[in-house]
Design a protein around this ligand. Structure first.
Ligand code: THU
Length: 159
């Protein structure tokens, strides 16, 4: 029998976050107005810190043909891969706000984004942290985002 464990740190008060994590959460929060979410009105922003210290932000981009829309996490990862090819992601912070309201609990990434986070970890050969937050309330952090998709399909499964 195999079992998987997910490491999750939680903070009730974001004032207790490490300053670098707090900065990443703040960058994501500032990116929320850049979301294009006229259909769900659910604004999501993801900020990635690269190994060279650069921070890049992605937001969800929806489409009238709903399945065409893309989540903030995958926009951020695609931006990093395009702007800084080969650069390792050190951490990602994801923040959301429905219709400009205050959100009070962290947002766990959707399944498709977990697959993309898992692939990024494989591409760069080292884990990176995922920080999840609302615009208020507690903050969660896993030191290895790929842990959110145990028993994952990957390129190694392809012939
Ligand atoms: N969304 C994200 O951007 N990230 C997630 O992890 C969950 C969902 C977006 C997709 C869609 O634009 C909106 O939130 C509602 O599902």
């Amino acid at each position: 029998m195999s079992t998987w464990q997910i490491e999750l740190d939680t903070w009730e008060d974001r004032a207790d976050l490490h300053p670098e994590d707090a900065e990443l959460v703040q960058c994501a929060t500032r990116g929320l107005p850049l979301a294009h979410a006229p259909y769900s009105r659910f604004h999501v922003a993801a900020a990635v810190r690269l190994a060279d210290g650069r921070i890049l932000v992605g937001t969800n981009q929806e489409n009238a043909s709903y399945p065409v829309g893309i989540c903030a996490e995958r926009v951020a990862l695609s931006t990093a891969s395009s702007v800084a090819p080969g650069a390792a992601v050190v951490a990602m912070a994801v923040v959301y706000a429905p219709s400009g309201q205050i959100s009070h609990k962290p947002l766990p990434p959707c399944g498709m984004c977990r697959q993309a986070l898992h692939e990024q970890r494989g591409r760069q050969g080292q884990p990176f942290a995922l920080i999840m937050a609302g615009t208020a309330g507690p903050v969660w952090k896993t030191p290895d985002a790929s842990q959110l998709l145990p028993f994952a399909f990957s390129g190694e499964d392809l012939p």
